[in-house]
Design a protein around this ligand. Structure first.
Ligand SMILES: NC(=O)c1ccc[n+]([C@@H]2O[C@H](COP(=O)([O-])OP(=O)(O)OC[C@H]3O[C@@H](n4cnc5c(N)ncnc54)[C@H](OP(=O)(O)O)[C@@H]3O)[C@@H](O)[C@H]2O)c1
Length: 305
């Protein structure tokens, strides 16, 4: 079977498609026919070696963090009812491969019938981070929340979750994504490629920022413009606001199984929807990551297996 292999820290273009042996089943295995993996910043940051201090990886390795697929075989010590079911989850041994051997029960989640596998595959590294941000920022219904990276794989869920909580949302995006951000529910839009100071004067004063863009100069410009502000970032572990009465925090905690069940039921009830930009064959992984990294984002790109 084929797998996408990283064997250096030379970045996206050094990835190689290789033949590897099929996984060996154990009593703890659930063997999954992989259908989709999301293309997320974690992928190219790992390939560039930028996460080595935080999440060291040994090379060569199969890339990828999460997947969505169909269960093909179930080991004797696992839940036999999983056979034939749609599932998504994490796999520490990598996910960009045609068959996945999932051996840690809490890392595999069944997808309800009414939720598509494509949509479920956008949850990890997308909706889960958005839910974490909402919880960590202690969002209340009258908050005015400024969101950076508003049209990305996380941001596109974040706007929807914030609107469900009846907050006012100021979305930072670029001109070509205005209607995409508006359709997600953004109340005000700021073009981060233009004069930000001037545009901030035309929108209500935010009391909270949720940052998914991870740009220090951008946060500095926003921070400089206000007095009291609560800043939460998913992308910058450390940041010192310009104004000392402003607070800053970062988190990368798990939302736990309850959080994932909550997101699945929100997708099932159509309270939120997945934004899938495009689906490319996994053989085009290099192109897919380059599009995700360098082109304006509208939700998530998936690879298909
Ligand atoms: N802490 C956690 O647990 C956790 C979990 C998941 C993800 N994350 C992090 O969350 C961040 C967002 O992830 P994602 O999947 O949403 O990424 P994504 O789909 O690539 O989207 C990134 C967004 O940020 C915007 N952006 C990038 N650089 C910018 C800049 N200098 N100024 C303004 N906007 C900028 C992009 O705008 P354009 O596309 O228009 O350029 C895009 O809207 C990443 O840093 C990721 O590592 C953290």
């Amino acid at each position: 079977m084929k797998a996408v292999i990283q064997s250096s820290f030379e970045g996206i273009t050094a990835l190689k498609l290789r033949d590897i042996l099929e996984p060996h089943m154990s009593a703890m295995s659930v063997l999954i026919k992989n259908r989709y993996t999301p293309v997320i910043p974690w992928d190219w940051l790992s390939e560039e070696g930028q996460l080595q201090n935080f999440n060291p990886v040994k090379l060569p390795r199969i890339i990828g963090y999460s997947f969505g697929g169909i269960v093909e075989k179930v080991g004797a010590l696992r839940n036999q009812k999983l056979l034939g079911k749609k599932v998504f989850g994490f796999n520490p041994q990598g996910t960009h491969t045609q068959l996945i051997n999932s051996q840690i029960p809490p890392l595999l989640i069944e997808v309800p019938t009414k939720v598509s596998l494509e949509d479920a595959t956008t949850i990890i590294g997308g909706a889960d981070a958005a839910l974490l941000a909402v919880k960590q920022s202690k969002i209340r219904h009258n908050d005015i929340v400024l969101v950076t990276g508003a049209t990305g794989g996380v941001g596109s869920y974040l706007i929807q979750l914030l609107k469900l909580m009846k907050t006012t949302v100021i979305a930072f995006t670029r001109k070509e994504n205005y209607s995409f951000a508006q359709n997600l529910g953004a109340d005000y839009i700021i073009d981060f490629t233009q004069d930000i100071k001037h545009q901030l004067q035309l929108v209500p004063k935010p009391n909270k920022i949720i940052d998914t863009a991870g740009s220090v100069p951008l946060l500095d410009t926003i921070s400089h413009n206000y007095e009291k502000l609560t800043i939460f970032s998913l992308s910058l572990p450390k940041y010192k606001p310009i104004n000392s009465i402003q607070t800053f925090s970062f988190s990368n905690k798990s939302i736990g199984i309850k959080g994932y069940q909550q997101l699945l039921s929100m997708l099932e009830n159509k309270q939120i929807s997945a934004s899938i930009n495009q689906i490319l064959p996994f053989q085009e992984v290099i192109q897919a990551q380059q599009i995700a990294k360098f082109r304006p984002s509208q939700g998530r790109i998936l690879l298909e297996y």
